[in-house]
Design a protein around this ligand. Structure first.
Ligand code: FE2
Ligand code: FE2
Length: 326
């Protein structure tokens, strides 16, 4: 059991049904499941240091924001699938698979993360997240182009993966290491799912490649990209939705400031960029090795109609059905 990375190929060449896809998702989920309470009960821990506390302060809040995105992707995915059912049944099936995965497994796994970090936060002697702050993090996620949102979420998972991985590697506290490590592994397969849905939507001709490139570029663009988070001079206006990466505390007086090497060292940033480049390759078939190359590929996709066709989509009957769903 694993993540199906070529949904359109599986549907059109291997005759996978939606049921096959959903059972594969369930099998993989069951195989990977772990218990927050068992780990906290069984793994010894020692004093939480300043870095542990800063990481837990941020991670426990970041995890609160996934629920609204999961709800949105589940509802919007089914709505869009219903609209496309006649016109693009393969695309509709990809959307049903994405909606089901968001509703069932993504939300459930992110709940694990929220609870695990929340408990550790209190064990580390920091205040529990209060009701009002929790509710603030549940603001509705805006409707957007589904392929863009899948790519956005892939980038967010990459961000989480890199920063959690760094804590798993550097913390001296065995429980902190273990929890960050397990959650990093979850985030890594979430990234894989989002990339496979983005690819499926491109391959099925639901969205053009430019939408995936646009999001990757919005994420990585120099100085203003989302990946630069709270370090950017200007933050975007949000309507009720919290993007955790814009709220990163770097003020030493806060007592929970994240050190650069915990989130934005050159090395970590390079790791994140490489991972986004690989996600682009998987989703679109386009290889870029730098933000500059990504910029060129994105601008080209805006003017060159061929670049907007699925590059690796060779599945007969799906290529021309570029649709309406934008
Ligand atoms: Fe998470
Ligand atoms: Fe995740």
């Amino acid at each position: 059991m694993k993540v199906l990375t070529d949904l359109v190929g599986d549907i059109t060449q291997k005759n996978y049904t939606l049921t096959t896809i959903l059972r594969t998702q369930q099998g993989y989920h069951e195989k990977r499941r772990w218990s927050v309470y068992d780990v906290i009960r069984d793994v010894p821990y020692q004093d939480f240091d300043e870095r542990d506390r800063a990481a837990l302060w941020h991670a426990s809040r970041a995890e609160l924001t996934t629920q609204p995105a999961g709800i949105r992707l589940a509802v919007q995915g089914v709505n869009l699938a219903q609209k496309l059912e006649e016109e693009n049944p393969v695309g509709a099936m990809v959307l049903q698979a994405a909606a089901a995965w968001s509703a069932r497994y993504w939300l459930e796994e992110e709940a694990h993360h929220e609870v695990a970090y929340g408990i550790l936060l209190e064990m580390a002697g920091l205040s529990a997240i209060e009701h009002d702050e929790l509710v603030d993090h549940r603001g509705f996620f805006p409707d957007d182009n589904y392929a863009r949102v899948c790519m956005l979420q892939a980038c967010v998972e990459i961000e989480a993966c890199a920063t959690y991985g760094e804590m798993a590697r550097t913390s001296h506290n065995p429980l902190v290491k273990q929890i960050f490590h397990r959650i990093m592994r979850d985030e890594s397969q979430h990234r894989q799912y989002f990339v496979s849905f983005a690819r499926g939507l491109v391959d099925a001709g639901v969205y053009p490649i430019k939408d995936v490139l646009a999001m990757a570029y919005t994420w990585l663009r120099p100085d203003h990209g989302e990946t630069h988070g709270s370090r950017r001079e200007m933050q975007s206006e949000r309507q009720g939705f919290v993007n955790w990466w814009e709220k990163v505390q770097t003020d030493e007086d806060s007592g929970v400031a994240l050190a650069d090497d915990q989130i934005r060292s050159k090395n970590l940033q390079r790791k994140k960029e490489k991972s986004v480049f690989y996600a682009i390759l998987e989703a679109t078939g386009i290889k870029v090795n730098s933000v500059k190359e990504l910029e060129r590929a994105y601008f080209k996709s805006l003017t060159d109609p061929n670049a907007n066709r699925p590059r690796h989509s060779i599945y007969k009957g799906t290529r021309e059905k570029v649709c309406v769903a934008q």
